[in-house]
Ligand binder design. Structure first.
Ligand code: ZN
Length: 87
């Protein structure tokens, strides 16, 4: 293999590396679907209507869970209050 060709090859490889570096910088701004995490355009919150519905259903469940806990705590406090007040 003669040196000239080797040099050319190295130059080509350098160009390739430069191109790859540029490509890495050129990733467009994006965000991730709140529900499944795949990349989506920055002006969206979910990748699909289905994900949005799933997310909202999950939020509703969380809210209900929180209310259940709050009611549980209030009931517990009332029970404690009466238990202590009775003696
Ligand atoms: Zn999604």
């Amino acid at each position: 293999m003669d040196e000239k060709k080797l040099e050319e090859e190295v130059e080509l490889l350098k160009l390739d590396v430069e191109r790859l570096k540029k490509k890495k910088d050129e990733i467009p701004p994006h965000r991730h679907c709140l529900n499944c995490g795949i990349a989506i355009p920055p002006d969206k919150t979910f990748c699909s209507k289905k994900c949005e519905n799933e997310w909202n259903a999950m939020l509703r469940k969380k809210k209900i869970n929180m209310y259940v806990w709050m009611i549980f705590l209030v009931v517990l406090l009332v029970i404690l209050f009466f238990a202590m007040g009775g003696h």
